[in-house]
Design a protein around this ligand. Structure first.
Ligand code: PEP
Ligand code: MN
Length: 251
């Protein structure tokens, strides 16, 4: 797991950054080159996008595998990408390092069992209507089938409030750190759905013991094909990183 971590302040943390979705080769290359300047090699590369509306952009799917292969050859990066059907596994394995199970599939136990029979790293997101206990229990479908390479990911839950896209429940971070040995990261972008309060909440994640963050970064969020409001541009992401590195420096 250490290969996915970098120094944040004076602790090593997971930072999974990159666009919501792979939109073309150029924007991925620009993003990779930029993130490399910050030492980040763990790149979000969504090719299957589970969207609420079936008319919304669904991702480039297998078409994007060739682009990612080329970029991996050129920049030696590590890709994290969501799997939505176990039949995608073999083809995705050619280039994907971390298999993300999204919030809508946390309870897809048949897929979790199959991922449990592999040795790939699985990033399991919390279901948006799932309790912390259900989240932990879901991870056991992977672990008890033989795969201990699990990173949990809090990504916010449904609530009555709509100041943010979801309600970031940091309780899960504290409970999971206390009760399990699994690392847990927080997807700050899908939790909040906005970026103006990402810094204080990311600092709160680390204060609760989070092992890292997932953040959406796009060369030009205004024209993004999905999640435009929450994606940071390069300038925003650089100052975000400077801030959280500074705050995470403990003496
Ligand atoms: C994503 O990370 O691209 C995503 C769709 O996240 P979630 O499953 O948390 O909604
Ligand atoms: Mn997104």
């Amino acid at each position: 797991m250490d290969k996915y971590k970098i120094l944040i302040g004076n602790e090593t943390k997971f930072i999974f950054a990159g666009p919501c979705a792979v939109e073309n080769m150029n924007m991925m290359e620009e993003t990779i080159v930029f993130l490399s300047t910050l030492g980040i090699k763990t790149i979000r590369a969504g090719i299957f996008k589970p969207r609420t509306c079936c008319d919304s952009f669904q991702g480039y799917g297998f078409t994007a595998i060739a682009w990612l292969k080329e970029l991996k050859r050129k920049y030696q990066v590590l890709f994290v990408s969501e799997i939505v059907d176990i039949r995608q596994f073999e083809k995705m394995s050619e280039v994907i390092d971390v298999f993300q199970v999204g919030t809508r599939n946390m309870s897809n136990f048949e897929m979790l069992k199959e991922l449990g029979k592999t040795k790939v790293t699985v990033l399991l997101k919390r279901g948006y209507c799932s309790t912390i206990r259900e989240f932990i229990k879901a991870s056991e479908y992977i672990y008890k089938n033989g795969n201990a390479n699990i990173i949990l990911c809090e990504r916010g839950i449904r609530s009555f409030d709509n100041e943010t896209r979801n309600l970031l429940d940091l309780t899960s971070v504290a409970v999971i750190k206390q009760e399990t040995n699994m690392p847990i990261v927080v997807d700050i972008s899908h939790s909040l759905g906005r970026k103006d309060i990402a810094i204080p909440l990311s600092n709160a994640c680390f204060a609760c013991g989070a092992d890292g963050l997932m953040i959406e970064v796009h060369p030009n969020p205004d024209i993004a094909l999905s999640d435009a409001a929450q994606q940071m541009n390069f300038y925003e992401f650089k100052s975000f990183m400077d801030n959280i590195c500074e705050k995470n420096r403990r003496v």
